[in-house]
Design a protein around this ligand. Sequence first.
Ligand code: CMC
Length: 421
Amino acid sequence: MSDSVKLSYNDQTFDFPLVEGTENEKGIDIKTLRAATGLITYDPGFKNTGSCKSGVTFLDGEEGVLRYRGYSIEDLCEKSSFIDVAFLLIFGELPTKEEQELFNKEIKNDSLVDEDLKMILKSFPKSAHPMGVLSSLTSALIAFNPSSVDVDSEADMREAIIMLMAKFPILASWTHRKIKGLPLNYANLSLSYVENIAHMMFKRPNEDYTPSPVVVNAINKLLILHADHEQNCSTSTVRVVGSSHAGLFASVSAGISALWGPLHGGANQAVIEMLEAIQKDGGDTKKYMAKAKDKNDPFRLMGFGHRVYKNFDPRARIIKKAADEVLSEMGINDPILDIAKGLEQEALSDPYFIDRKLYPNVDFYSGIIYRALGIPTEMFTVMFALGRLPGWIAQWLEMRKNNEPIGRPRQIYTGHTRRSL
Ligand code: CMC
């Protein structure tokens, strides 16, 4: 097998080396392409562009495989806690008992934010979308924690990571409490990381709150499933912003904005809104299937399709099963779940969806679980962000440790050529 690729242009042949990953993915290293040929590549949406080498997450879109640091998403969901998976993603290995205790202790010690942050939160209207608020508050953390991070210092890096892991759930839950008009609270240090997410979101000021195992297990599973997904839109954003040597909090704040869009993490909100609209419209799924296929209609079947998965999204399989379990454990009969299953059934046997390899993605069933847990629709993408945080941190860290160059693509200019005034 050849270890280089030949490119012919203007009667000349150029050799470019192949790069190969541990799972046999191959790419053409075109770092010298422009210098050698005067050409650049043109790839809108980066559909065929590898932006980095990464050892964090492996994804095989044809086979429906997703692994964090070599461990399958199915095994991790079954046997691990979200905080252990966060440690795995960020530091490369599952924690030993001592590492686990220290990590949890450090996070708990840092589980406070400057009370002045409340003034910033207060200045937002109640109607503000929580993703915008979360991005702003994460960015504001920089002002309250101004120490610069030396990426060559293990201690500095650990401090920044702990700070963000500890403070982010507080900010996320405060966006929820703002919508609900509840007083802002803090973690209960006798609870675990995931229990505390439930505690901080749902505890009312005038009664005790013990998070139920059903709620905690469901959140744990959802957070693990969202924890990383290699070079997706928000993660690429975090890496590109960080490549200018912007700090971790600033980079993650940008990632939150990228995640917000309905083609990315915002799809979980869009799915429920779509299912509710179908229900309100009499439950006629065929009508909406036809709209999704009509090229003159901008409507898309939200929660369907994926840039990389062209067989099935393994996360969607786990979530669909979890949705059934959570609803039955909570004794909820949500007609929206039936509409979702009906749409999936129709799509799976429809040539339009089969030909384009469009399957339910992670967002198709997750909103049904969030709804059952009593989480408002506009908070769904915040839940995604809570899960994605360790992935963003791990990818940012890897990018800085590899000393990757600043992300700065080129373009093919199509505007006016020089003209005179
Ligand atoms: N409904 C109807 N048609 C679709 C859909 C859909 N959901 N998704 C793709 N298509 C069609 C699209 O119109 C195109 O058709 P044609 O070849 O005839 O022009 C073809 O399928 C390929 O679509 P594409 O937009 O070129 O594919 P992409 O890889 O650029 O986009 C996607 C991937 C996820 C943005 C897209 O499938 C989509 O918009 N899905 C709905 C939004 C959604 O559920 N997003 C969540 C993604 S998973 C969560 C995460 O981001 O991590």
